[in-house]
Design a protein around this ligand. Structure first.
Ligand code: HEM
Length: 415
């Protein structure tokens, strides 16, 4: 296959199963200019780490939404936010110093190991209630009934959102994430902006209430936070923090990780059997799930100066997309990279959460959610299979993430 004949990763069909394309690229062209995209993709583990470890040379301030719009966000979308709500700032992951320090400084306080340990009984309880809701039913739409609500209810509890409002969250949460996929139409992006504004007004009311009556929740903590120079967050910053950094960054990714984990086990009966026999393997299993089906397939970086990666030279302003999904299957780093391996040394050293300055701030929470979900699943059920006569699972079109549309499973209870 000539280099210019590689299937395009912006093609929704290729996105269903990108791993063969990644492998070919790693072997033949590890820093590859995507046709008609204006950027290169970086697919090897070594090059990905090289870029991620130099955050001042390879900046994060790139907006996928602006790229999808041809360089800058559509004016109609900006107008909707400016006239009816709050124009979102860049997310923590797409912000550079000095703003990054302020936002990350706050977010880090929320997800320390100690705080995640403290939240674990609540996380377990949310998982228990969702599994209990299956009652005696064994045919389950797993994404809709578990993988989606689970992280959403957890983060909503941490934020202090009333349980009765959670049903509305899926619609809003999708509206935040979809424009980042770079696959949504202009009409859909406009619709999403309106939905996000609706969500902003919902949170504006909660913020006003918490200013008067602070509680033990993330919103009250965000209001009380002062950075090292004593600065608090203004409304625009609060909206971005709550809707993008806390809700959007954490929900879809964790949903994706749980859904793909189930799918991987369906494809690997030996791994499923091993977990059913020995649920103590769950913490290793979730790392292999994250490595093999990385929920964030790629993130952008912009060259701050002229730079070389491998044999390719870049000028200031050139764009790179680091493919975590490919680096995590790089044979140069992982033996039998395509296989689930419970014996893998340092199983958590993959790139699914990134590394360096922008490493996922919610990783400890996400890991605990996955451990709670799979431990309870194997505590209750011996095995599961794809439900007969249901559609095969497919991934939603996205250049960024890897979320299953739905996954219909039939669960077999433990005797
Ligand atoms: C399995 C679930 C998750 C995965 C795979 C994941 C993946 C990632 C990755 C790859 C990055 C680094 C981006 C980069 O280097 O450009 C990141 C950053 C981030 N994640 Fe996660 N994430 C997950 C869950 C969460 C959760 C639960 C939260 C919060 C509730 C969260 C909040 C963030 C934030 C705020 C950043 C930006 C950090 C920074 O730029 O300093 N993530 N995540």
């Amino acid at each position: 296959m000539a280099i210019d004949e590689f299937p395009n990763l912006m093609d929704a069909h290729v996105q269903q199963q990108p791993y063969e394309v990644y492998r070919e690229l790693r072997n033949r062209c590890p820093v590859y200019e995507m046709p008609a995209s204006g950027f290169h993709i970086v697919v090897s583990d070594q090059h990905a780490r090289e870029v991620l470890r130099q955050p001042d040379r390879f900046l994060s301030g790139v907006s996928p939404m602006a790229l999808a719009d041809g360089g800058s966000v559509d004016q109609d979308i900006i107008d909707i936010y400016q006239n009816e709500g709050w124009l979102p700032l860049s997310s923590c992951s797409t912000t550079d110093l000095p703003r990054h320090r302020k936002v990350r400084g706050f977010l880090e306080t929320l997800f320390t190991a100690k705080r995640v340990r403290h939240a674990t009984p609540m996380i377990d309880q949310v998982a228990t209630e969702l599994f209990d809701s299956f009652d005696t039913r064994t045919d389950i739409a797993f994404i809709h009934e578990f993988a989606h609500p689970f992280p959403m209810v957890v983060i909503a509890n941490l934020l202090g959102v009333p349980a009765t409002d959670i049903a509305q969250f899926k619609v809003w949460s999708d509206a935040i994430v979809e424009p980042f996929s770079m696959m949504a139409s202009r009409e859909r992006r406009i619709e999403c902006a309106r939905l996000v504004v609706e969500m902003q007004h919902y949170f504006a009311e909660m913020i006003a209430e918490r200013r008067k009556h602070p509680r033990d929740d993330f919103i009250s903590e965000a209001l009380a936070y002062r950075d090292t120079s004593g600065e608090s967050f203004d409304m625009q910053e609060l909206m971005t923090l709550i809707t993008i950094d806390l809700l959007a960054s954490g929900n879809e990714t964790t949903t994706a990780a749980i859904g793909s984990g189930i799918k991987l086990l369906l494809e690997d009966p030996a791994a499923m059997e091993a977990l059913a026999q020995n649920p103590a393997l769950v913490p290793v299993a979730i790392e292999e799930m994250l490595r093999l089906e990385s929920p964030v397939q790629g993130m952008f970086r912009e060259c701050a100066h002229a730079a070389n990666i491998g044999e390719v030279g870049f000028a200031k302003g050139d764009l790179l997309n680091i493919r975590f999904g490919s680096a995590n299957r790089d044979e140069a780093r992982y033996d039998h990279a395509e296989r689930f391996d419970f014996q893998r040394k340092k199983p958590g050293s993959h790139l699914a959460f990134g590394i360096g300055r922008h490493v996922c701030v919610g990783a400890a929470l996400a890991r605990q959610e996955m451990i709670s979900a799979f431990s309870q699943l194997f505590g209750r059920y011996q095995s599961f299979a794809l439900t007969a006569d249901t559609p095969l699972p497919t991934y939603q079109p996205s250049f960024f993430g890897r979320n299953l549309d739905e996954l219909y499973v039939t669960l077999t209870a433990r005797q």
